[in-house]
Design a protein around this ligand. Sequence first.
Ligand code: FAD
Length: 511
Amino acid sequence: TDGAQLPILVIGSGYGGAVAALRLAQAGQSVAIVEMGMSWSQPAPDGKIFCNMLSPDGRSYWLRTQTAQPVSYFLGAAFDKTIPKYTGVLDAEQFSQIRVYQGRGVGGGSLVNGGMAVTPQQQYFPSILPSVDPAEMYATYYPRANAGLKVNNIDQAWFETADCYQFARVGRETAQASGFNTPFVPNVYDFNYMKQEDITTPGFGSIGGGSAVPRSALNSEVIYGNNYGKQSLDKTYLAAAVATGKVSITPQHVVTKVTPAAGTGYAVTMNQIDTSGNTIATKTVTAQKVFFAAGSVGTSKLLVTQKATGALPNLPTSIGTGWGNNGNVMVARANQPALPTGSLQSCIPVMGIDNWSSVGGRAFAEISPFPTGIETFASLYLAITENPNRGTFSYNSSTGGVDLNWQQAWNQVSIDAASRIFDPINVKQGTIYRTDLFGFFKTWGDDFAYHPLGGCVLNQSTDNYGRLQSYPGLYVIDGSLIPGCTTVNPFVTITALAERNIENIIANDMK
Ligand code: FAD
């Protein structure tokens, strides 16, 4: 409520915010979380909380009137659909040369992501976060994060026979034929639930001839939310935080300003919005401590704006720098007719192709589902690559918005690295790239990112634990701390780093 006096305010309810709230509450602190997106807890009139990828409606996108699907073409023709403007769960935020996808709602990115929970190999950790002790991370904070996130592994025997993973087995077979390693990757999706979605699983799925439980991963649900099966943050960290009785979560509030309060602490201004995005109230609260957990883009935009407008003028000049896209590029191959990828595909990826040791162009590619409901013979991949280019956020005084100077051409390094995996596979298989999925005669999906990282880099814009030192009581605790790349999918690293930092902050700053 307007005028409230709070000990601790957390801005954003993704991984960083959820870890901060739970651990602060367990240490006896009262915590208020504000989140710009909705609380995705009530079913719509169709009985479902979320819509699926085959029939997107207003619930799919954040305040758009047309979908912005990552794979938005088929046979070269655009197939985006008109939708009602609504505070949907997936934001496709367009900067001048890159579209950055982000989750919006209580749970942040965990609501829309593929759930791939990958701990990077320890040998590469010094390149990810050079100022952080790897021994501590791998002994304590990665295990703590994996436990808190409820990470689990697929039953490998079931994987070998399940129809819904034929696409992954084909991806594996074609990669291994060219000598690549194809590790299984853990996930937060409950694989026991998924087994019951599959009518071919022995002992399951015989009820009424259908699946034993309502389908989610097997019903083309993922980037617009999963109705069942996915252990997103609202079911793990945030549920545990609320259960302490010390944490409140207020959705549909967009923070716009943070500035020192007249007495002690910080005055935080926010707009309460309706489901069309209109402001229905503006409120200001005072908090003694504020955690920025609005994600790489959200936190960077907020801090760059506060510095430029004089609300927090003493923030360091490095604020807004060090942004990267985790080297994300997408590509698809057309398989031979003898290698169909299946008309039923689980939306939860469980396997990757690891070429990170290739110094000529490091890449880790997730074997992605392409759940169209029909046989496409296509293999789709999201590659994470080593890309040294870094973008900078800057305040635009004429629009009042924040720009990002990332250039699409900078992705050529990532395309080259991914080509070192897929060119040899194509040669060996006698196959070609699909050129009809990302445009008309366009091979690479190189104009969007799923993994924004950086903008407020640890040990540069903050101290080595996320403190904004020129403003005691202000902290950053999300993906903006990580300088551009994690070598694999990022949320386990974001969570583990938040676990490390909050432990230090609780021990030293909460006496
Ligand atoms: P977020 O999770 O983005 O949370 C930030 C929260 O702050 C959001 O809820 C946002 O609405 C809120 N917020 C922002 N600004 C404000 C404001 N001004 N006021 C109030 N609230 C605000 N990663 C993996 O590791 N594995 C995967 O399989 C994977 N798949 C992905 C698939 C998709 C489609 C996408 C989009 C991402 C995927 N990711 C994946 C990436 C992962 O989801 C992100 O790296 C992660 O969510 C970032 O965590 P965070 O805590 O930094 O911020």
